[in-house]
Design a protein around this ligand. Structure first.
Ligand SMILES: NC(=O)c1ccc[n+]([C@@H]2O[C@H](COP(=O)([O-])OP(=O)(O)OC[C@H]3O[C@@H](n4cnc5c(N)ncnc54)[C@H](OP(=O)(O)O)[C@@H]3O)[C@@H](O)[C@H]2O)c1
Length: 338
């Protein structure tokens, strides 16, 4: 017997990918319900190649009988409706930032800390980490096991899809407006994103960092190790899909490039493409629609006793959001509620 699944945020960038991945991986679903705002009620969304689903309004939907609810309707909407779904008996896997740092909500990247899923029953909610955290923490895990990470310095190059559908449209429309010599419209991003880069993702905090930068540190500590120090600079770039990260890692113990490469290659979900020639590395454009996290440019940092530099790229809508959420659902089904 299959499961009854609801996808809240089904008309959005992440929701679209969740439906695609559920179908691709033949998730054992008897029924899939697509939910969005009242404005989308009655529209249809694709479920795999063959099926279309009618969109229902989240605020009127009764979650009784739903086994798993995959949420990506934005933090404020999840704050309101995820607990309602959980109270009706659904296990919520939430993509938004709202529940991530709550101590009784597990924050999970299955390859890294699948065991944390066991704690879902406290609230019936499991949180999916931030897209830029997921690809970094997956890469850090085998290296931490090898030589114990002390500190991480990361600069991100994050695509517009990380801010949703409207943000991708903004990049497209601004680019077109520039070529057509028309005025630029700004709605989603604080500055022009076409032909530009913006060193601000999410709001500013009192210490001058942004919330996205804080999330990368706090979430890495919750998932992997509270003693790892992380300092981040998060930048939006004019790319549609795929986040890149330039990462500098300081270790407690000796680590060679060869040993790091071997550990990364052996780790699930990672593909090492690192040939030290032109084209011997992966760019965001090449990782779109791929499930793997790609690691390239692995090299020693000669300025630290035990340091490495590397380049990480992944599809932020897949491993950075939808795929990770579906993997959590698969683990729930295989290990907890099957
Ligand atoms: N994009 C990423 O890479 C990524 C990664 C990790 C996490 N996330 C998080 O996932 C969430 C959604 O991201 P997204 O990129 O999919 O955004 P998006 O493309 O803007 O889609 C937003 C979705 O939420 C729905 N929604 C908005 N207001 C709603 C309401 N009041 N009631 C019910 N549904 C409502 C929208 O429905 P309508 O079409 O009806 O408006 C749409 O389906 C955000 O919290 C984001 O931070 C995104």
């Amino acid at each position: 017997m299959g499961y009854r699944i609801a996808v809240a945020g089904a008309t959005g960038a992440v929701g679209h990918e969740i439906l695609q991945i559920l179908a691709e991986r033949a998730f054992p679903a008897d029924e899939v319900t697509a939910l969005a705002s009242g404005a989308s009620e009655g529209q249809t969304v694709s479920f795999g190649e063959q099926k279309e689903l009618n969109v229902k309004a989240l605020d009127k939907f009764d979650f009784t009988g739903i086994d798993i609810a995959l949420f990506s309707p934005g933090a404020k909407v999840s704050a309101q409706h995820a607990p309602r779904a959980a109270a009706a008996g659904a296990i919520v896997i939430d993509n938004t930032s709202h529940f991530r740092m709550e101590s009784d909500v597990p924050l999970v990247v299955p390859e890294v800390n699948a065991k944390a899923i066991a704690d879902y029953s406290a609230r019936n909610i499991i949180a999916n980490p931030n897209c830029s955290t997921i690809q970094m923490v997956l890469t850090l895990k085998p290296l931490h096991d090898l030589a114990h990470i002390r500190r991480v310095v990361v600069a991100t190059y994050q695509s517009t899809s990380g801010a949703g559908r409207e943000a991708m449209d903004e990049l497209f429309n601004q680019t077109r407006a520039i070529y057509m010599n028309e005025p630029i419209q700004k709605k989603v991003f604080p500055k022009q994103i076409a032909f530009n880069v913006i060193p601000q993702i999410d709001t500013f905090l009192d210490d001058g960092s942004t919330k996205e930068e804080w999330k990368m540190a706090a979430e890495t500590q919750k998932i992997l190790d509270p003693d790892i120090q992380v300092t981040a600079t998060c930048v939006r770039v004019p790319v549609f899909i795929g986040h890149a990260e330039a990462v500098n890692i300081e270790f407690e113990n000796v680590i060679s490039v060869d040993a790091a490469r071997k550990a990364l290659k052996a780790f699930p979900g990672i593909s090492v493409i690192d040939y030290r020639t032109e084209e011997g590395y992966v760019t965001p454009q090449e990782c779109a629609s791929e499930d793997k996290v790609f690691v390239s440019r692995i090299r020693t940092d000669p300025t630290r006793p035990h340091g490495l530099n590397l380049w990480i790229v992944a599809d932020n809508l897949r491993k950075g959001a939808a795929l990770n959420a579906v993997q959590i659902a698969e683990t729930l089904v295989s290990d907890y509620i099957g």
